[in-house]
Design a binder for this molecule. Structure first.
Ligand code: MG
Length: 408
């Protein structure tokens, strides 16, 4: 069909920019791929665009390393015949990625929506507003008024108040363009400081219409954004472990060495409490179990400090997009009496989990003389861990807030 045939309906495609590596969030997992209510965040964004029922097709621009990932796209979208789906690798910067997306558009496309992969709450009405703006003006950006006071700073970081707030707007996506205009803007050399497509188009000399954005259409930037969108449900993991008590071994429980005639037998330091906790953390994050992560036929873990194993388990969970929020442990042991050591165990565990001390509980019970624990042949431990979406690894779990004296 001839592109100049104005009698046919416009063909609308979305280019979804999801190739960013998100390194500034301190994880290996770019935020558009963090797990959110059972699916990568990008799935929610793609589903929302599909649900707008305004598109003829969609180009997802993803990191090159993820092209072969079978979970990259929602299963139902791979098989939907009325929404054509293309996937391409992006480039180093967002604009390189959008350019890759533009090159993947079919000849029939004449209107392009560019959307952030990390904006899953895009609504049908917003898409319709933007498309109406493109119809009128050729280029349209949804904007929000600035709710907070805006300061300009000088080179030394000193604030210089600006009084422009009434005329300032925050830009959202999807930003819509007639294809010719967007491609013409991308054909020019791009100024470094232009960070979105509408500013690129505007600097190329085309008028850009603004329409009302949607305050719910947030770009996920911090874990709390997922919670706000209802995509951040906590996950609970459970762990259980048993070790035999033998002569001639140290007794280490919850990372604390306890004077005792006998200790737990095992490949590592045999800290039954931390092993249960490792499994709880790994279970909540969907990362398997301790046996898979630290096989007991691997010489690396011989005599290992189980606090280090816990640290590695927390790192594994962080790579899957989760961080601990609280933990609860019960150790089952007939003797020695453990009550006096329990607070110190929590002191050791909390920093490794990256949580406040009060978020860790360690309890002990006897087994009333019954079974292997009651007969003093071994010890058992049970643990639960609650994990929340997050990409704050154990490496940066130190104080991130100003102390009491640092509050403004
Ligand atoms: Mg064990």
């Amino acid at each position: 069909m001839d592109a100049s045939d104005h009698s046919r309906p416009r063909s609308v495609w979305a280019v979804v920019a999801a190739a960013g590596e998100g390194r500034r969030f301190g994880t290996d997992l770019p935020k558009q791929f963090v797990p959110a209510a059972g699916a990568p965040l990008l799935h929610h964004t793609l589903r929302a665009l599909r649900a707008s029922a305004c598109l003829d097709g969609l180009v997802a621009v993803v990191p090159a390393g993820r092209l072969a990932d079978p979970e990259l796209l929602p299963a139902e979208m791979r098989s939907r015949p009325d929404l054509e789906l293309r996937v391409v690798a992006g480039g180093a910067r967002r604009r390189d990625s959008v350019r890759c997306g533009l090159e993947a558009l079919p000849a029939s496309c004449d209107v392009v929506l560019v959307h952030d992969g990390a904006r899953p709450a895009v609504s049908r009405s917003l898409v319709e507003r933007v498309l109406a703006g493109v119809e009128r003006s050729g280029a349209c950006v949804p904007v929000l008024p600035v709710a907070e006071t805006v300061w300009e700073i000088d080179a030394s970081g000193r604030a210089r108040h600006t009084r422009l707030r009434d005329r300032l707007r925050l830009a959202q996506t999807p930003q819509g363009f007639s294809r010719e205009i967007l491609e013409a803007a991308y054909a020019r050399p791009v100024e470094a400081e232009l960070t979105d497509d509408a500013s690129l188009v505007e600097s190329a000399g085309y008028p850009v219409e603004t329409v009302a954005g949607d305050p719910e259409n947030i770009k996920v930037t911090v874990p709390a954004d997922l919670v706000r969108l209802g995509l951040g449900a906590p996950r609970v993991g459970f762990g259980y472990d048993v070790h035999r008590l033998v002569e001639g071994r140290r007794l280490v429980l919850g990372g604390v060495e306890i004077p005792s005639g006998r200790g737990l037998e095992g490949h590592s330091d045999a800290d039954v409490a931390l092993h249960a906790l490792c499994d709880a953390v790994l279970g909540a994050a969907g990362c398997g179990d301790i046996g898979r992560l630290f096989p007991d036929d691997d010489a690396r873990w011989a005599g290992a400090d189980s606090l280090e194993l816990l640290r590695l388990a927390v790192g594994e969970a962080a790579r899957a997009g989760f961080r601990p929020s609280s933990a609860d442990l019960t150790i089952v042991a007939e003797r020695p009496k453990l009550a006096a050591y329990l607070p110190r165990m929590a002191d050791r565990i909390a920093p490794v989990l990256g949580v406040e001390r009060h978020a860790v509980t360690v309890k002990a019970t006897t087994s009333e003389g019954l079974g292997f624990a009651g007969e003093g042949r071994g010890m058992a431990a049970y643990a639960t861990a609650v994990l929340v979406p997050g990409w704050r690894g154990p490496a940066d779990s130190g104080p991130s807030r100003p102390g009491p004296g640092g509050e403004p």
